[in-house]
Design a protein around this ligand. Structure first.
Ligand code: SAM
Length: 204
Protein backbone atom coordinates (compact mmCIF):
# COMPACT_ATOMS: atom_id res chain seq x y z
CA UNK A 1 0.00 0.00 0.00
CA UNK A 2 1.52 3.27 -1.14
CA UNK A 3 -0.36 5.38 1.44
CA UNK A 4 -1.46 4.48 4.95
CA UNK A 5 -5.06 3.44 5.61
CA UNK A 6 -5.58 6.80 7.33
CA UNK A 7 -4.22 8.71 4.33
CA UNK A 8 -6.50 6.81 1.95
CA UNK A 9 -9.48 7.36 4.29
CA UNK A 10 -8.81 11.12 4.52
CA UNK A 11 -8.26 11.38 0.78
CA UNK A 12 -11.65 9.81 0.04
CA UNK A 13 -13.49 11.69 2.81
CA UNK A 14 -12.29 14.97 1.28
CA UNK A 15 -13.80 14.16 -2.13
CA UNK A 16 -16.86 12.23 -0.93
CA UNK A 17 -19.36 14.95 -1.85
CA UNK A 18 -18.17 15.07 -5.46
CA UNK A 19 -17.29 11.40 -5.86
CA UNK A 20 -20.47 10.22 -7.63
CA UNK A 21 -20.37 13.01 -10.21
CA UNK A 22 -16.69 12.34 -10.90
CA UNK A 23 -17.20 8.66 -11.72
CA UNK A 24 -18.39 9.08 -15.27
CA UNK A 25 -15.99 6.98 -17.31
CA UNK A 26 -17.45 4.26 -19.53
CA UNK A 27 -15.08 1.77 -17.92
CA UNK A 28 -16.19 2.55 -14.36
CA UNK A 29 -19.85 2.27 -15.39
CA UNK A 30 -19.19 -0.99 -17.22
CA UNK A 31 -17.51 -2.38 -14.12
CA UNK A 32 -20.42 -1.39 -11.88
CA UNK A 33 -22.87 -3.07 -14.29
CA UNK A 34 -20.80 -6.25 -14.54
CA UNK A 35 -20.30 -6.54 -10.78
CA UNK A 36 -24.04 -6.08 -10.19
CA UNK A 37 -24.95 -8.52 -12.97
CA UNK A 38 -22.58 -11.23 -11.75
CA UNK A 39 -23.29 -10.78 -8.03
CA UNK A 40 -26.92 -11.63 -8.88
CA UNK A 41 -28.13 -12.14 -5.28
CA UNK A 42 -31.37 -13.89 -4.44
CA UNK A 43 -33.79 -12.69 -1.79
CA UNK A 44 -32.11 -15.03 0.76
CA UNK A 45 -28.58 -13.73 0.28
CA UNK A 46 -26.46 -11.52 2.50
CA UNK A 47 -23.97 -9.52 0.42
CA UNK A 48 -20.79 -7.88 1.71
CA UNK A 49 -19.45 -4.92 -0.32
CA UNK A 50 -15.82 -4.17 0.56
CA UNK A 51 -14.57 -0.66 -0.18
CA UNK A 52 -18.22 0.27 -0.64
CA UNK A 53 -17.54 4.01 -0.90
CA UNK A 54 -20.74 5.94 -1.59
CA UNK A 55 -22.57 2.65 -2.10
CA UNK A 56 -22.77 2.34 -5.91
CA UNK A 57 -22.88 -1.45 -5.72
CA UNK A 58 -24.41 -1.92 -2.26
CA UNK A 59 -27.42 0.30 -2.93
CA UNK A 60 -28.08 -1.26 -6.35
CA UNK A 61 -28.02 -4.79 -4.92
CA UNK A 62 -30.04 -4.06 -1.76
CA UNK A 63 -33.53 -4.30 -3.34
CA UNK A 64 -32.69 -7.83 -4.57
CA UNK A 65 -30.87 -9.19 -1.50
CA UNK A 66 -31.91 -10.10 2.04
CA UNK A 67 -29.28 -7.81 3.47
CA UNK A 68 -26.28 -5.81 2.26
CA UNK A 69 -23.34 -4.91 4.47
CA UNK A 70 -21.07 -2.14 3.19
CA UNK A 71 -17.60 -1.72 4.66
CA UNK A 72 -15.12 1.09 4.07
CA UNK A 73 -12.40 3.06 5.83
CA UNK A 74 -13.80 6.49 4.88
CA UNK A 75 -16.59 7.87 7.07
CA UNK A 76 -17.14 10.66 4.53
CA UNK A 77 -17.83 8.19 1.71
CA UNK A 78 -20.14 6.10 3.91
CA UNK A 79 -21.99 9.24 5.01
CA UNK A 80 -22.98 9.75 1.36
CA UNK A 81 -24.01 6.11 1.09
CA UNK A 82 -26.16 6.31 4.24
CA UNK A 83 -27.89 9.46 3.00
CA UNK A 84 -28.76 7.77 -0.31
CA UNK A 85 -30.03 4.64 1.48
CA UNK A 86 -32.34 6.78 3.59
CA UNK A 87 -33.52 8.75 0.57
CA UNK A 88 -34.31 5.51 -1.26
CA UNK A 89 -36.04 3.99 1.79
CA UNK A 90 -33.65 1.04 1.91
CA UNK A 91 -33.62 -0.48 5.38
CA UNK A 92 -31.75 -3.72 4.64
CA UNK A 93 -28.38 -2.07 4.00
CA UNK A 94 -25.87 -1.08 6.66
CA UNK A 95 -22.58 0.79 6.30
CA UNK A 96 -19.76 0.64 8.82
CA UNK A 97 -16.03 0.79 9.32
CA UNK A 98 -14.08 -2.18 8.04
CA UNK A 99 -11.12 -2.87 5.82
CA UNK A 100 -10.24 -5.63 3.39
CA UNK A 101 -8.06 -7.49 5.85
CA UNK A 102 -10.34 -6.77 8.85
CA UNK A 103 -13.85 -6.46 7.44
CA UNK A 104 -15.54 -6.28 10.85
CA UNK A 105 -18.44 -8.53 9.84
CA UNK A 106 -20.41 -10.80 12.16
CA UNK A 107 -23.02 -11.98 9.65
CA UNK A 108 -22.82 -15.09 7.52
CA UNK A 109 -21.98 -13.83 4.08
CA UNK A 110 -23.22 -15.47 0.86
CA UNK A 111 -21.67 -13.15 -1.73
CA UNK A 112 -18.75 -10.72 -1.46
CA UNK A 113 -18.36 -7.91 -3.98
CA UNK A 114 -15.79 -5.16 -4.38
CA UNK A 115 -15.51 -2.49 -7.04
CA UNK A 116 -12.61 -0.14 -7.79
CA UNK A 117 -11.14 -0.42 -4.28
CA UNK A 118 -8.75 -3.35 -3.88
CA UNK A 119 -6.10 -1.77 -6.11
CA UNK A 120 -4.98 0.32 -3.14
CA UNK A 121 -3.43 -2.82 -1.64
CA UNK A 122 -0.07 -4.28 -2.67
CA UNK A 123 0.13 -7.77 -4.20
CA UNK A 124 0.94 -9.29 -0.81
CA UNK A 125 -1.80 -7.33 0.95
CA UNK A 126 -4.29 -8.50 -1.69
CA UNK A 127 -3.22 -12.06 -0.95
CA UNK A 128 -3.95 -11.50 2.76
CA UNK A 129 -7.27 -9.80 1.94
CA UNK A 130 -8.47 -12.58 -0.37
CA UNK A 131 -7.61 -15.15 2.31
CA UNK A 132 -9.81 -13.17 4.73
CA UNK A 133 -12.61 -13.01 2.13
CA UNK A 134 -12.39 -16.77 1.56
CA UNK A 135 -12.52 -17.29 5.34
CA UNK A 136 -15.92 -15.57 5.46
CA UNK A 137 -17.24 -18.53 3.44
CA UNK A 138 -19.06 -16.84 0.54
CA UNK A 139 -20.10 -18.95 -2.42
CA UNK A 140 -19.02 -16.14 -4.76
CA UNK A 141 -16.61 -13.21 -4.85
CA UNK A 142 -17.06 -10.66 -7.62
CA UNK A 143 -14.10 -8.32 -7.99
CA UNK A 144 -14.24 -5.34 -10.32
CA UNK A 145 -11.10 -3.25 -10.32
CA UNK A 146 -8.12 -1.78 -12.02
CA UNK A 147 -6.07 -4.83 -13.04
CA UNK A 148 -3.51 -5.41 -15.74
CA UNK A 149 -4.39 -7.68 -18.66
CA UNK A 150 -1.12 -6.86 -20.39
CA UNK A 151 1.89 -4.65 -19.78
CA UNK A 152 0.51 -1.51 -18.15
CA UNK A 153 0.91 1.81 -19.91
CA UNK A 154 1.69 4.38 -17.17
CA UNK A 155 0.14 7.11 -19.32
CA UNK A 156 -3.30 5.50 -19.12
CA UNK A 157 -5.80 7.25 -16.84
CA UNK A 158 -6.99 4.31 -14.79
CA UNK A 159 -4.54 4.50 -11.96
CA UNK A 160 -2.26 6.95 -10.23
CA UNK A 161 1.09 5.30 -9.52
CA UNK A 162 1.61 7.46 -6.41
CA UNK A 163 -1.51 6.12 -4.65
CA UNK A 164 -2.67 3.00 -6.52
CA UNK A 165 -1.06 -0.42 -6.74
CA UNK A 166 -2.99 -2.56 -9.24
CA UNK A 167 -2.10 -6.24 -9.75
CA UNK A 168 -1.93 -8.34 -12.86
CA UNK A 169 -4.92 -10.53 -13.66
CA UNK A 170 -2.52 -13.45 -13.29
CA UNK A 171 -1.68 -12.57 -9.68
CA UNK A 172 -5.35 -12.17 -8.76
CA UNK A 173 -6.26 -15.45 -10.48
CA UNK A 174 -3.45 -17.27 -8.64
CA UNK A 175 -4.49 -15.91 -5.25
CA UNK A 176 -8.19 -16.64 -5.82
CA UNK A 177 -7.54 -20.22 -6.88
CA UNK A 178 -5.02 -20.71 -4.02
CA UNK A 179 -7.88 -19.81 -1.68
CA UNK A 180 -10.38 -22.34 -3.02
CA UNK A 181 -12.14 -20.29 -5.67
CA UNK A 182 -12.58 -21.15 -9.34
CA UNK A 183 -12.72 -18.35 -11.85
CA UNK A 184 -16.06 -18.68 -13.64
CA UNK A 185 -15.84 -15.44 -15.63
CA UNK A 186 -13.11 -12.99 -16.57
CA UNK A 187 -14.45 -9.79 -18.12
CA UNK A 188 -11.95 -7.46 -19.72
CA UNK A 189 -13.39 -3.95 -19.80
CA UNK A 190 -10.12 -2.26 -20.79
CA UNK A 191 -6.52 -3.47 -20.76
CA UNK A 192 -6.28 -2.06 -17.20
CA UNK A 193 -9.83 -2.67 -15.95
CA UNK A 194 -11.74 -5.88 -15.46
CA UNK A 195 -14.15 -7.99 -13.45
CA UNK A 196 -13.32 -11.42 -12.05
CA UNK A 197 -16.04 -13.78 -10.90
CA UNK A 198 -14.72 -16.34 -8.42
CA UNK A 199 -16.89 -19.15 -7.11
CA UNK A 200 -16.27 -21.90 -4.60
CA UNK A 201 -14.79 -25.00 -6.15
CA UNK A 202 -17.02 -28.08 -5.86
CA UNK A 203 -14.70 -29.90 -3.44
CA UNK A 204 -14.57 -27.06 -0.90
C1 SAM B 1 -12.65 4.43 -5.84
S1 SAM B 1 -13.62 4.18 -4.40
C2 SAM B 1 -14.78 2.92 -4.94
C3 SAM B 1 -16.08 2.98 -4.20
C4 SAM B 1 -17.18 2.07 -4.71
N1 SAM B 1 -16.86 0.68 -4.52
C5 SAM B 1 -17.53 2.34 -6.15
O1 SAM B 1 -17.55 1.40 -6.96
O2 SAM B 1 -17.84 3.49 -6.47
C6 SAM B 1 -12.53 3.25 -3.36
C7 SAM B 1 -13.03 3.07 -1.95
O3 SAM B 1 -12.19 2.10 -1.30
C8 SAM B 1 -12.01 2.52 0.04
N2 SAM B 1 -10.79 1.84 0.54
C9 SAM B 1 -9.50 2.11 0.27
N3 SAM B 1 -8.70 1.26 0.93
C10 SAM B 1 -9.50 0.43 1.63
C11 SAM B 1 -9.27 -0.66 2.52
N4 SAM B 1 -8.04 -1.09 2.81
N5 SAM B 1 -10.34 -1.29 3.06
C12 SAM B 1 -11.61 -0.88 2.78
N6 SAM B 1 -11.89 0.16 1.95
C13 SAM B 1 -10.85 0.80 1.39
C14 SAM B 1 -11.91 4.03 -0.04
O4 SAM B 1 -12.17 4.65 1.19
C15 SAM B 1 -12.98 4.33 -1.10
O5 SAM B 1 -14.24 4.58 -0.53
Amino acid sequence: MKKTIEEHADRFSEIAGEYDDSQNSDEYRACVSLVVEHADPSADDTVLDLGTGTGAIALTLAPRAKRVVGRDISEGMMGEARAKAEEDGLNNVEFGNGRFREPNVEDEVDIVVSNFAMHHLSDEEKREAIKVVAGLGPRKFVLGDVMFFGTPDPDEPFYSPEVDDPSTVGHLADVLTDNGFSLTAVKRVHEQVGVLVAERSGEQ
